[in-house]
Design a binder for this molecule. Sequence first.
Ligand SMILES: Nc1ncnc2c1ncn2[C@@H]1O[C@H](COP(=O)(O)OP(=O)(O)OP(=O)(O)O)[C@@H](O)[C@H]1O
Length: 463
Amino acid sequence: MTQEKWGQLRNKLLKAVGRNNFTTWIEPLEFQELKGGVAVFSVPTNFMGNYVSQNFADLILYELNTAGESVQRLAFRVAANSPARPAAATQPVEHQPEPVNIELAPEGNGTNEALESLQAAPLDARFTFDTFVVGKPNELAHAAARRVSEGGPVTFNPLVLYGGVGLGKTHLMHAIAWELKTKRPELNVLYLSAEQFMYRFVQALRERRMMDFKHLFRSVDVLMVDDVQFIAGKDSTQEEFFHTFNALVDQNKQIIISADRAPGEIKDLEERVKSRLQCGLVVDLHPTDYELRLGILQNKVQQYAKTYPDLKIADGVLEFLAHRISTNVRVLEGALTRLFAFASLVGREIDMELTQDCLADVLRASERKITVEEIQRKVSDYYNIRLSDIIGPKRLRSYARPRQVAMYLCKQLTSRSLPEIGRRFGGRDHTTVMHGVKRIEELKLTDGQIAEDVEMLRRALEA
Ligand SMILES: Nc1ncnc2c1ncn2[C@@H]1O[C@H](COP(=O)(O)OP(=O)(O)OP(=O)(O)O)[C@@H](O)[C@H]1O
């Protein structure tokens, strides 16, 4: 395997493990050699080697093998004279620009070639509209992205896509870029992260090539900047971004931005930048719901089926994952990738048992913690009484029964002890809680209405 190939694989790993994990664990790995089915990496410390081997080895093996390398095992060696690298995240980024692999165009000519190479953020071939699963939480963002990708007259500028980690912002941006490349190949479409924008800017300043920089950025037809929150607090970069933005909008060129939150909520982003961003169409990607997660998993499985025609997934596994992993799509995909890698290594069907074994850590981490307050609120809404009546001293049946239901659910769905639950119900004694829980257990067997109420509430709380 060549270093170049490892470089490409690293990009895939970045997507799979997320930026934080990547910078801390994957980036410091240096590929040494591949011999006799063993891929050897040098690592700065033993600790790092152990950690990577315990947590990411399956995934790395899987990526290596899908890329056509035959690797059975990974080995990590501590480089003899390698000074332990401090985690990159702790470095002040402005002082440590990434090695930049493009030459800025000499003033006035060669702009197009330079723009081509400015696609330093390569588009991910998997991130197209075809592979993007649309559901309620992302339908508006998807529709807006589709519209912009047609490359027609600019109707809303900028388009701002925002949403939490791993909800598909980058995917949609790449999809727009791919679509524009096909439909309107004559357009200069430039996609890059806000971080890369900053590196280019710092480099241009250092090399005294600001004219080239301005010329380049102002001659694109479509500018796409991912994760714009990155420039918050970086004053000179924000200023340059602001001018670039204005120059392009003045020329009626399309701008597409993504951010991890609404522009108005990005701390340390200058007011004038915020207000520019808010001028266009701002749409958010909502957290996924169960149906969307299941759809994404089914879609992924279809893709995997091409690589692993022999691997079988037992009924219920995808539903289980969609139900249990609700954090973000990246984690969901990572879990599935790990499952496939594991199942293909051990040559077993992906059933519940294998899933629980292989994903124990992910499942534990994504366990949703239901709180006593949440239960009290849901129960009072359900029975149409006030929250204070659930907690307060009133003994009327119309308050006491819902209170007991709430206590029962607290016992079932949280890890709180009876005295703790009692305290949160207006300082009641643990024997009162115990009595309430028992009463509901009995009533569930004899009173169909109570049984149904409890079941409905439990489902609503676990959703
Ligand atoms: N609706 C979807 N359909 C298919 N795949 C999706 C969908 N949403 C997210 N994904 C996948 O989830 C992963 C994370 O998505 P992406 O990188 O676009 O997230 P992001 O919102 O840009 O996150 P971050 O804030 O971390 O940059 C990608 O592999 C992407 O393909």
